[in-house]
Design a protein around this ligand. Sequence first.
Ligand SMILES: C[S@@+](CC[C@H](N)C(=O)[O-])C[C@H]1O[C@@H](n2cnc3c(N)ncnc32)[C@H](O)[C@@H]1O
Length: 791
Amino acid sequence: MWSTLATDLPNSFRFTGTKSDALAVREIFKNRYIPAITAMKFEGQPVEPPKPVKAFPDELVWDMKTDKKIVRRHAPFADFQKFLVTEAASGNISRQEVVSMIPPHFLDVKPGMVVLDMCAAPGSKTAQLAEMIHGDEEERVKKAASGESPNTGDGGDYSDDGRSTGLLIANDTDYKRAGMLVHQVKRLNFPNLIVTQHDASIYPSIELPSAQGEKKQHLKFDRILCDVPCSGDGTARKNPGVWSKWTPKDGLGLNNLQLRILFRGLHMLKKGGRLVYSTCSMNPIENEAVIAAAVEASGGTSKVKIVDCSHLLPELKRKPGLTKWKVMDTSFDTGSKETTAHLFSSWDNFVQAHFKNEQSESTRNFSNKIVPGCFPPTAESEEGRIPLENCLRVYPHMQDTGGFFVAVLEKVGDIKVAQIRSSSNEADLKQARAALENATPSEFESNDKANGEVPTREQSPLKRKLDNDEDDDTAKRSKTDDAPAEPVVSAVEELPSKPAPNGSDTRSAPSGKPKPEQQSQNKEYFEYLSADNSDVTRILDFFGISDRFPRDRFMVKNSEGLLLNKLYYTSALAKSIINQNKYRGMKFVHCGVIMFVAHKVNKDRDLPAPWRLQNEGIRILEPWASKRIVHCTSKATLYKLLIEMFPILPKDGAHKIGEVGDQLMKLDIGCVFLQIEQTEGEDGFPFRMVLPLWRHPGSANLMVDKDDRKAMLLRLFNEKNPEIINHVADQAKAKAAKEAAKEEEEEHEQTKEATEEATEEAVEAVEAVDENDDADGDVKMEQGDAIDVDA
Ligand SMILES: C[S@@+](CC[C@H](N)C(=O)[O-])C[C@H]1O[C@@H](n2cnc3c(N)ncnc32)[C@H](O)[C@@H]1O
C-alpha cells in the first residue's frame, strides 16, 4: 500500500446520462479512440490504452494509467483527451475517482424513491443518484404517450404517465460548494431534484402537505447518502498535500461532526430504508468508530443493521471493516515543549493515563477530542455485538485506486432522538472520575487480570457507570421516531422574515451579520403558476402538447410570479415540497429544468408563441408534442446546421439545408422540435436526438450553444476544427466595426447616423450572444437578434 501511495492515480471516468446515450457514446469511444491508442508506440514500447474498470457493470467506468507526457505529446491520446473534455462539458462523461463511484451503487436506488444526499458538493455522487432515479424514464414516457402501459414489471410506481415520481434532495452546508453543486446538477436537466444549503447535522424536518386539522407529516427518505466531510487521507495520491498536513488530530476533530450527521440521517430514514455512510479516509476514528457509535446511539443492531454487502459489486476487491484499532493521542508537553504520540487501546486505558498524569503533576496535555466512542466497541454477548466487519474498506494497492470506506446501514426499528455527546471529553472525564472514586481497586485489578490488558469500555466499571447514567439521561431527553414533532431545528428559527402570503408568518429577521450558511437565503424564489395560466396554455397549444402533460408544474423564479424570461418545470413531489416548506426556513438553492425562454427580439412582431424550447427541457416535453415537429434524416443536413449558425431560407426556396429546410419553409416563424431518429450503419445516427431550432423569416438557427455544437461535431463527425463553426455574431461585430470606421472617414452626417445605429444594433446583438455564452449553457435567445441585424 505504501509504495502504491507514492504513484500517480490513474485518470478515471464514467459514461453518464440515460443508459442508451451512455452506451452509444461509449461505443464511439471504443471504436474510434481505443484502436488508435492501441496502435501507437512511445519510445519503441506499446502504450497502455484506457481499460474498463471490471468492478463496475456494462463497461461504463474506465481508467487510464498513461503518463501525462505521452497524453500531451501524441495525437491519438491528445484527440481522445479532447473528446473527454468536450463530452465532460456536455454531460455525457463524468471524470470521477473510481472509489467515489462505489457508494451510490450500494444504495440500491429505484426510480420512485425519495433520496437525500446530505453532503453532496461538488456533486459527482449526486449525478449518479440522479441517473438512478431517472432510470429509463424516457422509454417509459414514450410508451405512455403512445398509449402503451409504461409499467416495466420492476414494481416501480409509473402512474405519472411513465415519469419518475422519485425525488433527490442534494445538500451541502458550504455556500460556495453549494454553488458548485448547483452548477454540476444543472447540466443533468433533472426535474426531480432540489438543492438545499443546510448543516446536515441539524437538517430541518421537511413538512408534507396535510389537510386542515390533520396531524403534520414529515418527509422520510427511502435512501440517504451520507458522504461526510473527512480528513481525506485516502485521496493522498490525488492530493499529495494531504501528506504534509495530516495529523492524528484530523480524524479526532471530525469524529463528532461525522457522528451527528450520520445520526441525523438515520432519523430521517424510513423504517426499512437504507443509508450509505462513506469517507475517503482510511482512519477508523472517522469510519468504524462513527458507525459503532451511531448504532449504539440508535439502540443497537435491533434498530440499525450493518448490511453485509459482500455480494454487491462482486468484482470490487475489498477488505472487511476493522473490529480492533488503537487511538493515537499526540499530546503537547508544555514543560518539555515536545509533542509525543501515545496509542491507547481503550477508553479506560486513556482515562487511567490521564489521571496518572494529573497526579504526577505532569505538563502533558491530553487531547480533549478522545471520547469513549473513538474506541472499538465491545459486547458481552454475540447478540449485542456490532458487526463492523460488514463495512467495506478499499485500499489503494488493491486495484490501483484511492482509499475509501463504505458502510451500508438499514433501519430496522424506530430510533430514539438522543443527544449525541459533545466533541469534547470534559463531561466523559468528569463521569469517569466520579466512577473511579466509587469503584473499588479490586474491580480494576480483576478486570485487568481477566483480559491480560486494560479493561475495555464495555467491561469496565467506568463504562457500566457511564452506560447507566446515559440511559437515564437519554430516557429523559428522548422520544421515538413516531413522536409527532421532531425538533424543528434552529435553521427554522434563524430565518429572516419573509411573510407568507397569508400573512401568518410573524418571525423577525435575526440581527447581526449573517453566517456564511445563511448567505444564500432568499436568493432564489420559486413561484408556481396556476394550471390555467393563459400564457402557459398559449405556449403549450402552439406546440400541440397533449392535455396529459401536467400543466401545473411550471415555475418562475421571481417573487411576483411573473413570466419574465425563463419558465421552469419540476416534478410533482418537488413542487409540493417547495411550496410547503419555502416559508419554513428551508434554504432551497436550486430546483427546476428550463423549459422555455422568452424570445424578446422584435417586440413589435406579433409571434404566436414568442418562447423558445430549450435543450435542457426539450426531451421531457417532446413525447407529448403533436405540432412544430421537423425531422432530420441525413447526416449532411445536421452537419450544415451545426457548422452554420444561421443557414439562410430565401423566399424562393433555394436553401442548402435539405429535408429540414423543406419542412421549415412550410412553417410560421417560431421554435420547432428537430427530431433525429437513431439509424443503423456507418452513416446513421448512433442515438436519438431532439434539438430546439428556431425558424426565422429568412434563416434557421439550431439553438445549441457553441460548446455543445463543437461536442456534437466531434462526436458525430470526428470534426476537430472548432473554427468550422460560422459564428455570425463574430462576423457581425467585425463587419460593424469596419463600416463604422469607413463612415467616420466619409464624415457624411446622414450616413454616419445610420451606421452608428447599425453598429449599435450589431454590437448589442454580439454582446447579447457573448453574455449568453455562460456556464449554465442556456441557449442564446440573442442568436435570433444577430441574424435579424445581419439579414
Ligand atoms: C466528501 S465531500 C462530499 C463529496 C460529494 N459527496 C461528491 O461526491 O461530490 C464532503 C462535503 O461535506 C460538506 N460539509 C461539511 N460539513 C457539512 C455539514 N455540517 N453539513 C453538510 N455538509 C457539510 C463539505 O462542504 C463537502 O462539500
